[in-house]
Design a protein around this ligand. Structure first.
Ligand code: SF4
Length: 95
């Protein structure tokens, strides 16, 4: 019988082609704590977090390109959102 994989195991199977020359998501580093926490709860890749000074810690590497942060930020935090350039970004291995 095949063992079910956890979400973390499935996510770890993805491959990322990080485009160092193009940040496809740009964020407001001065966003409020509440706005950051809201996105931290929603981002399936866990890319939004508070640093030791309650400021936004974010890195687009590891993005799953789901668009959740764009919709949920309601015009704050996410300043611009686009897909990575062709051939870059996430490569899903398990669909
Ligand atoms: S697009 Fe999805 S995975 Fe990427 S940073 Fe936004 S919420 Fe996270």
């Amino acid at each position: 019988m095949m063992r079910e994989m956890s979400v973390e195991q499935k996510l770890s199977s993805n491959k990322f082609h990080v485009d160092e020359g193009f940040a496809h998501i740009e964020v407001d580093k001065d966003a409020s704590r509440d706005d950051i926490v809201r996105l931290a709860k929603l981002c399936p890749a866990g890319l939004y977090a508070l640093d030791d000074h309650d400021r936004l810690a974010f890195d687009y590497a590891g993005c799953l390109e789901c668009g959740t942060c764009l919709v949920a930020s309601k015009g704050v935090v996410v300043r611009s959102w686009d897909y990575p350039r062709g051939g870059m970004g996430v490569e899903f291995r398990l669909g």
